[in-house]
Design a protein around this ligand. Structure first.
Ligand code: ARG
Length: 581
């Protein structure tokens, strides 16, 4: 008896549809629950097909050897458009050229630059705390990563239909302002007052001095205390430093195409400190420890306690994060709240989520520390990285050299090398980060991230521009064409790469992992380059065949789908996609 299934539901994620159909047919044929099959179905090695079901898990239940089961199931399973083949203990399935090719091309072109997006998050809200640099302190690698990863996550969630509340939780409250204020007298240059780099210089010098001289440190502390007590003069100076920094940061965010829904830093919560501490006192309990106020809860041996107030009465990072979390929940009723912050702060987040749970806040279950590893070796020619602008400027300068070099060699064409250099520079820094799994540490190497070959932003940008150029030469994408003609293995490989984007977006949201999208884009570029190279070697494989050849139309249509996929994916990652290169 043959089992067939309902016709495929039209859905943008072609891969997922085939997978679901395969699973349903197998479950029906084996007469087992769908989940038993779903758990086992894998993406097959391309040599064997597209989907694979290993029959081992059914051996016990069906009391048969896996190869016999596989043969039996393969004979029963019938899904239109899926070629099912038993191979030893496996049931393999391959997408037939049609309707697979037409479905992918149609889906991509219908979605356009929103290819890969879905609506699963509709009605749900995610709060994303990202970037969050410290004002007047040198920028650290972790702010760059937080900015880049957080931006990609914000885009990913938007692509998944979520409402996104991105928050730049500026480190705009704390002793560092005391250091800058006190240090100004000794190291400040009135002529450079509005310069953020100067603020940082003053901070660095004052900090050094304070480390050697406790009295100096005490002065800084006292200044911050005055801020906390609402001293008008201290706050006036603080406001000035803050404005200088925010203005500077704003320029960097504009370059990166980032717009925060909210810019609200730690200072936003100064007037809630007492209320938060009171609530903790009532629910969890507080106690004194060495003159400081801490949360009274069990701690592991050697675990530093959660500090709410220092012995001089000033409040702390954790106190403010507790207030902020409650406020965010009250305002946004989030379904998820992400904190895109370096792994170094894992203890802080674990502890502060625990305090919220102990306070009886169920929303704490939906808070995630989206942690990330370190970057090694990120420095500029001038030396130590001080500002994010320095990194982007350096990227642009180095990219300009590359652009000129490649233009001279005839590899690329541009009328505006400066503009292209900015785009390539941004792509280098952003993609150089996002192609890595976020939790892994990585080595930053200018030569590597700026290379036009390999796993780089420039390579993806170049491939995108190349697709644009073919389309220009071919007179644009045809309104329709026959996808059944796309039978070359190179073309089928490109189609499979394109079809993977929706799954990567969904998985990226599930794992809070932009690198899933990065990986798919690299596959798209690699598959397209192989196709292109094949065309250079064999004229019958070229896209731009002569005249009115229907194959030419089909191939231009495929090229257009490549262009759209790269554009959509690069936009999610926050990488510019130039059309000329
Ligand atoms: N400003 C902090 C730092 O530079 C990061 C803040 C992260 N966000 C938070 N809600 N704690 O280390």
């Amino acid at each position: 008896m043959a089992y067939s299934t309902a016709p495929m539901t039209p859905h943008a994620d072609v891969f997922q549809d085939y997978r679901n159909q395969f699973i349903a047919a197998l479950a029906a044929a084996a007469d087992v629950p769908r989940e038993d099959i779903a758990r086992e179905v894998k993406t097959a090695d391309p040599a064997h097909g597209d989907l694979q079901f290993p029959a081992f898990s059914l051996a016990k239940k069906l009391r048969k050897a896996p190869p016999a089961i596989a043969a039996d199931l393969a004979a029963k399973v019938q899904v239109p458009g899926l070629d099912v083949i038993p191979a030893g203990p496996y049931v393999n399935a391959r997408f037939a050229v049609m309707p697979f090719s037409a479905r992918v091309v149609d889906a991509v072109r219908a979605a356009g630059t929103a290819w890969g997006h879905n609506a699963e998050g509709q009605g749900r809200t995610v709060v994303i705390d990202y970037s969050s640099p410290n004002i007047a302190k040198p920028i650290a690698f972790h702010h760059i990563r937080s900015t880049v990863i957080g931006h990609a996550l914000a885009n990913l969630y938007r692509a998944g239909g979520w409402r996104v509340e991105g928050i730049n939780y500026l480190g705009d409250w704390g002793k560092q302002f005391g250091l800058v204020a006190v240090g100004y007298g000794d190291f400040g240059d009135p002529a450079r007052r509005g310069e953020m780099a100067h603020l940082v210089e003053v901070y660095v010098k004052a900090n050094k001095k304070a480390e050697a001289d406790p009295a100096y440190d005490e002065k800084a502390r006292a200044f911050f205390k005055r801020m906390e007590e609402g001293d008008g003069e201290a706050l006036k100076l603080w406001r000035e430093f803050r404005e200088t920094s925010v203005e500077q940061f704003g320029k960097v965010y504009a370059r990166l195409g980032i717009r925060f829904e909210h810019m609200e830093g730690e200072s936003f919560y100064q007037d809630r400190m007492d209320a938060v501490i009171e609530e903790i006192r009532r629910t969890v309990g507080v106690r004194e420890s060495d003159g400081a106020l801490i949360v009274d809860m069990p701690y592991a041996e050697n675990e530093p306690p959660v500090l709410l107030k220092k012995n001089d009465g000033s409040t702390l990072y954790a106190t403010r994060d507790l207030a902020a979390a409650m406020d965010r929940h009250a305002r946004f009723h989030f379904d998820r709240a992400l904190y895109v912050v370096a792994t170094d702060q894992a203890l802080h987040f674990r502890q502060f989520f625990t305090v919220l749970k102990r306070m009886g806040k169920p929303f704490a279950e939906n808070m995630v520390h989206v942690n990330f590893g370190r970057v090694h070796g990120m420095s500029t020619r001038a030396g130590q990285v001080v500002l994010l602008t320095d990194v982007l400027d350096e990227a642009r300068a180095r990219a300009l050299e590359k652009v000129r070099e490649n233009a001279k060699a005839g590899r690329i064409h541009t009328d505006n090398p400066e503009e292209l250099a900015e785009q390539v520079g941004l792509g280098a820094v952003v993609f150089g980060d996002l192609k890595n799994k976020r939790t892994s540490d990585y080595e930053f190497d200018w030569e590597q991230v700026l290379s036009f070959e390999g796993h780089t932003g420039a390579y993806l940008q170049y491939t995108h521009a190349r697709a644009c150029s073919i389309l220009r030469k071919g007179g644009g994408a045809p309104a329709s064409a026959d996808a059944a003609l796309l039978v070359l293995p190179e073309e089928q490989a490109v189609l499979r790469a394109l079809a993977a984007l929706p799954g990567a977006v969904r998985q990226g949201i599930e794992d809070n992992e932009p690198s899933h999208v990065a990986r798919v884009l690299l596959e798209v570029a690699a598959a397209f380059s192989r196709y292109f190279t094949a065309g250079n070697q064999d004229a019958t494989k070229r896209v731009l065949l002569d005249g009115n050849d229907p194959l030419r139309h089909a191939r231009l249509m495929l090229t257009d789908a490549v262009r759209l996929t790269l554009r959509s994916g690069l936009a999610v990652l926050g990488v510019p996609a130039p059309e000329y290169m």
